[in-house]
Design a protein around this ligand. Sequence first.
Ligand SMILES: [Zn+2]
Length: 338
Amino acid sequence: MNKYFEIVPTHLNTAFRHTPFNKIKSAAKIQINFYIRKHYGQKIKKIRVRLRMLKKNRTFVPDFGILCKIVMRDFTLDIYRELLETLQKQGYELISYAEYCRNTDISEYRNTEKRFVILRHDVDAKPWNSLKTAQIEHSLGAKATYYFRVGKESNNPEVIRAIAQLGHEIGYHYEDMALCQGDVVKAYSHFQTWLGYFRQYYAVETVCMHGAPTNKYDGRDLWKVYDYKALGVIGEPYFDTDFSDVLYLTDTGRCWDGYKVSVRDKIPQYQDEWSRRGWTWHTTGELIQTIKDNRLPAHVMMTTHPQRWTNKKNEWGKELFVQNFKNIVKRILILTKK
Ligand SMILES: [Zn+2]
């Protein structure tokens, strides 16, 4: 299965880290050619890597992981489209979260072989990027759910209207506990106010917690006291998805196995089992190949943050480096919590 070139550099990387400098240097003298598959595709591209930097700086150990990420150009809109097209080709219906919630009771989706992927988007920032993914989905006849936050970094009425017009579902990405400093009564009233606000644009049926890793309040604590169903909300992904039946995938950390460094965006009780079954992927290319090989489970929820999916080179590069840095910080956060 390991057809991806990125596997190769990972080995090289590990090898280099444990190799004496002299050996690295001699290895560097030989121009390393690696044959890679450009994004999992048919075309095999030959890339020459010259490690001139090694000669200049004795302490520099090249990180092939990052180098390959640059070559790969993962998390672009092009690869997102390809991911959806591949899913459709393999018979997956691309649905919104509300569609899933409405159908679980009548068990149309539960425990059947019918294939579906719930397309969930957490619009944490850069709302205009989410219009781009919404347009791609619309052009493929897919339905998705877009969760918007109250802050200006996400809440853009023009974008919300446009996405709703494309036939997608709009939901509330709530963080009321954090915004009200853990005051449950205030947070509930804040929640109602903003649910009302988003319902100006769309008849909101589902809501989803925004899980900022640095905030000490967990938005879901609100539901230890109150019941969102009393407000006409039919679903909250963390509570109303049957994860014993639905595989959870998220692009958190700008990779598909970021649950390892995620503080809240994960399903801890099932993650180990999914890993045991080999249902973990790092790049979108790996994920696409798995779908092509017919090895993806039939029921999936896929969470993406549209802010990190872009074809613009500058924005893409910034996202790559910022997210890789953030992953290091998150790793430290998780370690210190233990
Ligand atoms: Zn979020």
